[in-house]
Design a protein around this ligand. Sequence first.
Ligand SMILES: Nc1nc2c(ncn2[C@@H]2O[C@H](COP(=O)(O)OP(=O)(O)OP(=O)(O)O)[C@@H](O)[C@H]2O)c(=O)[nH]1
Ligand SMILES: [Mg+2]
Length: 241
Amino acid sequence: MTTSPSSPEPPPGGPALSVDVVLPCLDEAAALPWVLRRIPPGWRALVVDNGSTDGSDRVAGELGATVVREARRGFGAACHAGLTAATAEFVCFCDCDASLDPADLVPFVDEIRSGAADLVLGRRRPRGRGAWPPHARAGNAALALLLRRRTGLRLRDLGPLRAARRAELLALGLADRRSGYPLEMVVRAADAGWRITEHDVPYTPRTGASKVTGTWRGTWHAVRDMSRVLREPSAREGVTP
Ligand SMILES: Nc1nc2c(ncn2[C@@H]2O[C@H](COP(=O)(O)OP(=O)(O)OP(=O)(O)O)[C@@H](O)[C@H]2O)c(=O)[nH]1
Ligand SMILES: [Mg+2]
């Protein structure tokens, strides 16, 4: 892991920044300027570069973000590297493709800070044509149903925009390093008795080429990784098959 020289580190002995936003990034140079402009004032952007070849790391550093490098490919690998590098009390996650607005995270953090919730998720509400292809929406709805069977949670989405406390997230011991990471976070949080809430957020067409939902390969990998997470026995049930 390295940090860029322009990282906005807290002053020595001064108060630590209270919110780190983890931004998993694979070739998102075109989207980064908009995304980083939308980081709320006083929060730190942790761009986790997952081996980009389009100069995303340089763009992120020039725009004042802290750049974390994760060589191992995978959405979960990138998110977890960001969580491990974070130091703030609260950690947020946001995609780096300009489909979601990090400014929408402000009420999420307020809700956790006030003690009303332990994990807050954004329910994606598509805006504009092509923001969320039908097969991806259907897959997500099916997943929400399976999640309800597995945990009793009534969520409408498993969106990547989310916030929680850093120490508690680390204590979940998340193991998936690919597309199952966001689902595993919710399943383990539910098993641990966390209060999980969901709020509508706009979901707009991504900037740059689609890597997952717009491709059959990406969709297949996501289904495979998430099915594996759902097959894991509940912590409350122990390890009996
Ligand atoms: N797919 C993918 N995304 C990664 C990886 N590492 C980091 N990311 C970032 O994770 C975020 C989510 O990935 P996306 O490719 O937007 O996934 P998606 O929103 O399901 O699908 P599309 O937007 O249609 O590609 C983006 O900011 C990516 O740049 C990786 O190994 N694979
Ligand atoms: Mg996307």
